[in-house]
Design a protein around this ligand. Structure first.
Ligand SMILES: *Cc1c(COP(=O)(O)O)cnc(C)c1O
Length: 383
């Protein structure tokens, strides 16, 4: 270990099977390394237009206000919540894990009154509970929820939750960070008004961009706000002047040019594979993992009916040291998996089969090396 600060940094070759980031294809890494051009260069505007159109396909929407914000998924959360919500507004946040809790924090920092609808971690959001809360308080304007809760591995029934919100005239904000590319997402059909995602989960791109989409109704709502959006940078009406429209594009901020090259390549690869084929590949990798875990005697936390294929929460076997196994996987086998969060800390591992990670060879390698790491620990432990 005698490298110095000024030596080039060379990352180890890890297989990323945690809750994100996910493995990145060499083609995407190569696209990131292409020569930088200007953010108003006509060639770059063309790339943005293509990217927007590919994003519309992935979100299954015709929303004109579909683009990326510069920053990870959490910036998309800020953008969606802070553009729609004004101080004093009531927002229902359905919470069944870490990211629902984070939405509460974002909304309350924006001055909103949060009406929480809590579900036990490991269970999906219950549309009937959302319905009851909306019926009990007619002032609630927004319903926010996480489609794929990465902290627990649970898929919530988006279509049903959106239908309930529509019945009560509430607008919907949906977190699709872990959903996009891994499970079906239909923004227009479901009636989602604001949605955000991230590049480093099932889209297999490095972190740093958040795809977002706003319905025409949401854009109208933002234009008619009584107060200015708290964040200048995230004000959608201003960002749109750079991202959309047929005329000259106005400078808003310097886009992360090379990151967008990489994302363009990642989306191109996804659409060439086909969305349905990608969902099926995630499903197949998941089923292979289920099979292998059963052979290792390891069970799943989440009920099969609402289990996410791309994020698998498995119970740590009795007598096995959580941190030691994860450390052995990382250092001896170059595989990263995730720890449990909140009430699940020390109880579960979170195994991400996201994007490029959702391949049978990766599943097989993990099963073999996890088996070895567990066996090694059992041998060392006093009988
Ligand atoms: C990862 C994640 C986020 C946050 O994204 P960052 O890119 O880490 O900021 C938000 N919501 C969900 C469901 C996530 O999985």
């Amino acid at each position: 270990m005698n490298r110095t600060m000024t030596d080039p940094f060379l990352p180890p070759q890890r297989l990323l099977l945690g809750p994100g980031p996910s493995p990145v294809a060499p083609e995407v890494l190569a696209a990131l390394a292409l020569p930088t051009i200007g953010h108003l260069d006509p060639a770059f505007i063309r790339l943005m237009d293509e990217l927007k159109s590919m994003l519309q396909t992935v979100f299954d929407t015709t929303n004109d206000a579909t683009f990326t914000v510069a920053g990870p998924g959490s910036v998309g959360m800020d953008a969606c919540v802070l553009n729609l919500v004004e101080p004093g507004d009531k927002i229902l946040v359905a919470r069944n894990g870490v990211f629902g809790m984070r939405m509460t924090e974002v909304a309350s920092r924006g001055g909103a009154q949060v009406v929480p609808v809590d579900v036990e971690w490991g269970k999906p959001v219950d549309p009937a509970a959302v319905d009851a809360a909306l019926a009990a308080d007619k002032d609630i304007k927004f319903v926010a929820f996480v489609h794929s809760e990465t902290s627990t591995g649970v898929l919530s029934p988006a279509k049903e939750i959106c239908a309930v919100a529509a019945r009560h005239g509430a607008m919907v904000i949906m977190d699709a960070v872990t959903s996009l590319g891994g499970v079906p997402v239909h923004i227009d059909e479901w009636g989602v008004d604001a949605v955000y995602s991230g590049t480093q989960k099932c889209l297999s791109c490095p972190p740093g961009l958040s795809p977002v989409s706003f319905s025409p109704r949401a854009v109208e709502h933002i234009k008619n706000r009584k107060t200015k959006v708290l964040s200048w940078f995230l004000d959608v009406t201003q960002v749109m002047a750079y991202w959309t429209g047929a005329g000259a594009r106005a400078y808003h901020h310097t886009a992360p040019i090379n990151s967008l090259y990489g994302f363009h390549e990642a989306l191109r690869r996804l659409l060439n594979e086909g969305l349905e084929a990608s969902f099926a590949r995630h499903r197949a990798a998941h089923l292979r993992l289920v099979d292998g875990m059963a052979k290792l005697g390891i069970s799943f936390l989440v009920d099969e009916a609402y289990r996410l294929p791309q994020l698998n929460t498995v119970r740590i076997p009795e007598g096995i040291n959580d941190a030691q196994v994860r450390s052995s996987l990382l250092h001896d086998y170059n595989i990263e998996i995730g720890a449990g969060l909140g009430p699940l800390a020390g109880k579960v591992w979170r195994i991400g089969l996201m994007g490029e990670g959702a391949r049978s060879e990766h599943v097989d390698r993990l099963l073999r090396d996890l088996g070895l790491a567990i066996a090694a620990q059992r041998q060392m432990a006093p009988a």
